[in-house]
Design a protein around this ligand. Sequence first.
Ligand SMILES: Cc1ncc(C[n+]2csc(CCOP(=O)(O)OP(=O)(O)O)c2C)c(N)n1
Length: 890
Amino acid sequence: MKKDKKKITPDRSTPVDIDYSVVNSICDRAYFMALRMIDIANNRPNVEKGEPKVGGHPSACASSQHILAAIHLILREPEDYFAFKPHISPLDHALNCLLHNFRNENNELFSKDQRKLAMQHLRHYSKEGEPVFQSYHAEADPDGFRYFPSGSVGIPPVNALYTSLGYQFAKDHKFEMNEDPTFWCLMGDSEFREGSLHEAMPDAGERELGNLIWIVDYNRQNLDGTRMLNEKALGGSDADRIVRLAEANGWTGVKLKHGKLREKWFKKTGGEELKRVLDEEFSDYEFQAVLAANRPELTRKVLNEKSSKLKSFLKSYSDEEVHEVFTNLAGHDIESLVECFKEAKKDRTRPTLIVAYTIKGKGLSFQAHSGNHSAMPEEEELRNLAKNLDISFEDPFEDFPEDSKEEKYLIQRREKLLPGIDQILGEVADRKSKWLEEANAIDWPVDFDISALKFNPVAHTQWMWGQIAAKLDRLARGDRGSKNENLEQGWGQVARFFLTMAPDVGSSTNTSPNMNGKIFGDVGQKDFEAEYGAKDEKAPDVMPHADIRTGHIRFEIAEGNCMSAAGSIGKFYYFTGIPFFPAMTIYDFFIKRAHDQFYYNLYWHSSFATIGTPSGITLAPEGAQHSWKSDFQIPNCVTWEPCFAKELEWILADGLKRHFTKNDKNRESLLVRCVTKGLVQKDFMDRLKRQKRFIDSSDADIMETIRQHTLQGGYALIDYRGFEDYTPGDNVVHIFAMGALVAEAIKASDLLNEKGIYANVFVVTSPDLLLSNFADADNYDHLINGLGISGDVYLAPGSEVSSQGAWLSLQGGRIPVLSVHDGEPGLLDNIGSIVGTKQKCLAVRKTSKSGTTADIFHLHHLDAEGIVDGAMQVLEEVSKESFQVSRELV
Ligand SMILES: Cc1ncc(C[n+]2csc(CCOP(=O)(O)OP(=O)(O)O)c2C)c(N)n1
């Protein structure tokens, strides 16, 4: 379908007269399509022996089939978002296939043949551009529009929650967007024990994210089998606990248990006893055992034994009828589900959590069997199912016949959904191109012109972070205080998209200037501190607002939540074309708390900055436990560890420019390590100016060269090349230092100089760019050519020569490398092997202690003394190198 340029007003009315038999019939077909999709993926002709199993989750699809059908076939609006449990993705694909909702990378709808081909390619690797589906929901799937990627359970529903918060932020700050999406999330009952979900729940309640609907597929089973809970201790079933939890957290909690048939029976005379028994006399475990046994006469027997009143009520019904009502759960009743979902959508200020009772493996031979999580139906079972549903086993991905009621229903549904999605895609694309035009016209400043630096001779990087955040916030509020027109123009145009957040460490990470009176979100509180004159003038004013430009989102100590929020709001440009850029501060050590969320954000190519501050053993006074840094190497993120304040300015200016101009492919995220240890800022220029290469350069030229090297991963701060007596292979060592330890490296270099040794000091600003994946991609160009590091052998005059037959033995040397950093050795320990020389890596190799930084650097041998010792050691080792040269060659 071609994109229609003219505006269509999507039909957002909820269908009224629904023929549920038709919807059920479509659901049955979709379910069969999902089963065949998994079946085909598992029975490929070309599977080699020893290949890992493919697998799939027919039982989980069975469990969720009606929930998904109610959403896709009846309730979803074009702008809605979906965070569904990973193992039901084939069912999503099947329903989207019937809705013709598959698109290529240009957002053009698939032809019928392409749709069918895609359905054959679950978990297939696309070699020639053929359409495929990843194992679990993925952005690149043909139906990936507004799906949150799935795989790790417990994370995507939280991202849905914070994307909803992003919409609230956009709306309150008057960013133009004509959308009111619902965020549909479906999770398993075992998944619902994930702490990430529990951690986020109060946030959704308090922030009144009423467009959020979480549904728990309550099938009382998980991967390992039937769930057996201590209901006595819990004071009820897990469903009861979940509903109580929802209510306690400001949500509407709904237990959706009984299907329409049960409800009909409850209304009969004596039917109330059936309800009582079903509600009160069965533990989940016992109910599940009766389901698994699946014998109508047993079902009656068990019910009879629970109540004599019920026994007489059931007398007039057959075993099969009793069994049917016993198994009639609302999670498989589309009508019940639709009623409940409609109700949930009504209140846009209160999120809803629905516990929908279901049966895992519903309708399959292993229905409710404890071990059915990955069970596959045999071909015969599938063929029988196809026959019963009148679907071709061989051609299962065909549409319904044109004149069928189902196809007519689907045509109507497609007419509602697909143009609406097209319209959103068009609007987002327009917003993006308009924005890029604006962004590319900006004369981008290379720093933030933080003049306060002049008055801070011993500044630290964490301080500089606070200055930058404050300046951006000032500009976002339209306050153009400074005389630097270029800077105000540049950052002034993007500052409104910049926001900060922190898990209760905003003020201790120097984000206070951006917090003071600028906390986002209305919590319905009067400003009592102001009223009673109780404002603490020394602390940030944390009263939240919704009516003014507010640029900080405050979190409780919930690192996972804050990380998911950063990732979700950092994804806003992708979803909507509004280029928000969130920067979260967090104590570096606690990034580990949010590692899974962090990985999710990066996998998802979200654009955001994590400011891990303070970090490492440089945090010595704070203690031992906080000191092990979060040294991650994950694609799509560049890690930085600046030492001088100016470096941080350049790094953040570059990161923001890349984000706003979308020049950030595969490096969308930044992780910056800052510290509170001050460095003498004067050393920066002083040391640079002593270098021979800069003798004739202006300060501005020096700064520009160093800026460029900073952004490539490192620069030479002390460089003796060109000095008299500088003799590589004899008296030269390269010291690579990172972060706060640069100060120790400078001291060590001076001490070594007193011993007649030239110790160059290279500052590593980004281990990722200089030595890791990014550098590997261009053969370490900056290290080798930019900084001039090599493994060359130097045979200086005076080298020893001895001879052995046809060979001459020469004693010479290379320039050895000593690296020093506050972190795990692996960050910098490969320099020697890249260039081919001896390296010693001084790093954090044991847990730490409290103390002054001097004490603690010494404890880890990272102080100037340790660096001098290390340098002497590597020099000694390379001085013993001998090289064999053929006499013939000489
Ligand atoms: C964080 C995480 N842990 C473990 C898994 C592996 N896993 C996938 S599904 C599943 C069981 C899910 O059970 P439940 O949540 O009850 O959903 P059901 O399949 O029963 O609907 C497990 C353990 C995962 N995908 N993510």
